[in-house]
Design a protein around this ligand. Structure first.
Ligand code: TXA
Ligand code: MG
Length: 368
């Protein structure tokens, strides 16, 4: 399939791109588009054949529901049987924005879109390109992240093309996404609103408006809980190489572990902030260290994280060591993605002893 490409400029000249993309979606095709979180693969949410094409393009498991995107608040009314007080409050404060609410699903939403669940996730993105695209389609847009299933979500058009060229009808290129991590998903149907995926709208922001908010216990890596969001159970964001995530005091040992990996003859990828990168400057002279520095702030890390993880698939180190960050604010979402990328291979310091979580054996190079 030919994948049409449109570069968006934010000027009236974009009208033709939206018209063509909208016509393709109305004809039952899939078009990739930018949002403030990550790029999405959009199709008419009410057309089961069109939605099936999204699953095919991504290689996505059928039991993982899609989020339905709108570009006007009132358009949620036809998608749900009703909104409770919490859902209304969230909409009032955080929509449009990087957040999805789980609400009871209306009949018109086909089972393939909601994976047979009685609920549906609805999102109103704040990105202007996304809004223009949805309005041009004239229907609610089902859209997962525009990556092949299991890969990090794409945050620029080049990364979308890497996964989707030839598999979708078109791509709207709106440059880099701002937040860089997928939307916060909040279940409003539970007695206490529950975060099933942390994102740009933080736990602190939600509690300020709603009072009590819960975090799905499955997010903390406890295998005894089944995640509310089916998608959270899958291996995701993972580069092909083994990733170890250093948490808490173990972060201080990053330079030592990098040195050990190099001594063991490994090409080591390091994901760290600017301060750590400066500490590693000496080691960097040696061969075999691939440094991916994210700058100063955690916001910068969120914006670049998926790009940096994808970059490791291009540079192919033997092992990746990632520096953990504190979990307040956007840190909760960052650590959620980093832990998944690491397959929960988490290194901590317990009473001064380097430990791999879950009583597993440390990799050989760390012991030497
Ligand atoms: O930022 C985003 O949300 C992006 C952009 C494109 O909007 N979309 C996105 O979609 O990340 P996706 O399909 O990659 O992730 C949707 C997540 C999955 O973990 C899915 O299981 C969960 O939301 N989800 C969707 N509908 C749900 C429902 N009714 N109940 C529970 N979880 C749901
Ligand atoms: Mg996804």
């Amino acid at each position: 399939m030919e994948t049409k490409y449109w570069k968006l400029t934010g000027t009236p000249a974009d009208a033709e791109a939206y018209a063509q993309a909208g016509a393709l979606v109305r004809a039952g095709q899939v078009v990739a588009f930018p949002t403030e979180t990550v790029y999405g693969l959009g199709a008419n949410a009410l057309n089961p054949q069109a939605v099936a094409k999204i699953f095919a393009a991504k290689g996505r498991p059928q039991d993982n529901p899609l989020i339905v995107h709108i570009a006007r608040k009132e358009d949620i009314d036809s998608l749900t049987t009703g909104l409770n007080a919490n859902a209304r409050k969230i909409m009032e404060h955080f929509m449009p924005g990087p957040l999805t609410i789980i609400v009871p699903k209306a009949e018109i939403i086909p089972d393939v879109t909601s994976a047979g669940l009685a609920t549906v996730g609805v999102r109103f993105p704040i990105n202007k390109y996304a809004q223009e695209f949805i309005l041009a389609c004239g229907c609610p847009i089902a859209a997962p992240s525009a990556n092949l299933s299991g890969r990090p979500s794409p945050t620029n058009a080049q990364d979308v093309l890497e996964d989707m060229q030839g598999k979708v009808a078109g791509i709207l290129d709106g440059g880099s996404c701002g937040v860089g991590l997928e939307s916060t998903v909040v279940d409003t149907t539970s007695p206490v609103p529950t975060i099933c995926r942390p994102g740009g709208v933080t736990y602190e922001m939600l509690t300020e408006v709603l009072g009590a908010v819960e975090i799905d216990p499955a997010l903390l890596g406890d295998k005894n809980f089944k995640p509310i969001a089916p998608g959270m159970k899958y291996r995701h964001y993972a580069p092909k190489e083994p990733v170890y995530l250093l948490e808490g005091n173990a972060v201080e040992l990053l330079p030592v572990l990098v040195g050990k990996a190099v001594a063991a003859g490994l090409r080591v990828g390091v994901l760290c902030d600017a301060a750590m990168s400066a500490q590693l400057a000496q080691l960097k002279q040696q061969e075999g260290i691939l440094l991916s520095c994210w700058g100063e702030s955690r916001e910068a890390l969120a914006a670049d994280l998926f790009y940096l993880l994808r970059d490791f698939d291009r540079t192919k180190p033997d092992v990746i060591l990632a520096q953990g960050v504190s979990e307040d604010g956007i840190g909760l979402a960052i650590m959620n993605r980093l832990r998944k990328a690491a397959g929960y291979q988490i290194i901590t310091l317990e009473k001064g002893v380097l430990t791999l979580k879950g009583d597993k054996q440390l990799p050989a190079f760390m012991i030497q």
